[in-house]
Design a protein around this ligand. Structure first.
Ligand code: C5P
Length: 256
């Protein structure tokens, strides 16, 4: 049992009250869910890997000027973050057709899109996160025009950066989902990148073999889910290659 006050429990993470006002602790669970939680499993070590990978992505994006909620990683499963008001949108950016876009529009999975496409879904598990038109977002007041402009601009910059980062380690960034929050400032609020960026929320394919290195391994029963996440962490240089087989999570879990 935790001593801290739990603020929220999601499918893959728990938020606790942070040590200072305006902060939270984000805890990464090993739980995996798909198809709106109809499929569930516990994958040993997934939370540890996602904590490390998300820390890495947030730090790199911070370095190129993307404001984020990330403050620091505090241990192998937890990070200290700034408390934000989550904007109730799942922002999806796609470079290659896959998943729901392939299904919805009948485009073969793997087909390169004519350009990167940003989509919005409403964060509502009970409705299955429905796809939105920008009109819905404005009309129902989920975000203002200015906020949406900022969100789209940041999403495209994040995409450009991540495309290059992953290309450099032999991985194609097919698509990803991110979330944004409103961070209170003395004169209003600032829109910042929140939540996480990990193989749970991205499609990552090996550049040479098209091997899936992301949550589709779980969704589609392809096996070796944490091994694939481990591979991503290893290629990013977050964890050291281990000569043992299968990839040894103790390399990660042994870290503080
Ligand atoms: O399922 P779909 O093709 O719409 O997913 C697009 C991208 O968004 C994928 O990388 C997927 O992992 C991510 N996603 C997510 N959380 C959701 C829905 C999609 O991380 N609830």
């Amino acid at each position: 049992m935790s001593r801290r006050k739990q603020i929220y429990e999601g499918k893959a993470k728990i938020l606790y009250e942070g040590p200072e006002p305006g902060t939270l602790i984000q805890y990464f669970k090993d739980d995996a869910t798909a198809f709106n939680a109809q499929k569930k499993a516990t994958l040993d070590g997934k939370g540890v890997l996602n904590n490390r990978i998300s820390e890495y992505m947030m730090l790199r994006l911070g370095e190129i000027g993307i404001p984020t909620h990330f403050i620091k990683r505090v241990n192998m499963r937890e990070q200290l973050i700034k408390k934000v008001e989550i904007i109730p949108l799942e922002v999806i950016c796609r470079n290659v057709a896959a998943g729901t876009m392939s299904k919805r529009l009948g485009i073969e999975e793997g087909e390169k899109l004519p350009r990167s496409i940003v989509e919005f879904c409403l964060k509502r598990d009970d409705l299955g996160d429905p796809l939105l038109a920008e009109e819905h977002i404005h009309a129902f007041g989920w975000a203002t025009q200015d906020e949406l402009d900022e969100i789209i601009g940041m999403t495209l910059r994040i995409n450009d950066f991540m495309l290059g980062l992953f290309a450099g380690i032999g991985i194609r960034l097919i698509d990803f989902k991110i979330e944004f929050g409103r961070l209170a400032t003395p004169d209003g609020h600032q829109v910042v990148l929140a939540d996480e960026i990990s193989p749970d929320s991205c499609r990552l394919w090996d550049s040479e073999t098209d091997k899936k290195l992301d949550k589709d391994r779980f969704r589609r029963d392809l096996g070796d889910v944490t091994e694939a996440y481990n591979e991503v962490a290893m290629r990013l240089g977050i964890i050291k290659p281990n000569p043992g087989t299968p990839p040894n999570l103790s390399v990660v879990t042994g870290d503080k």
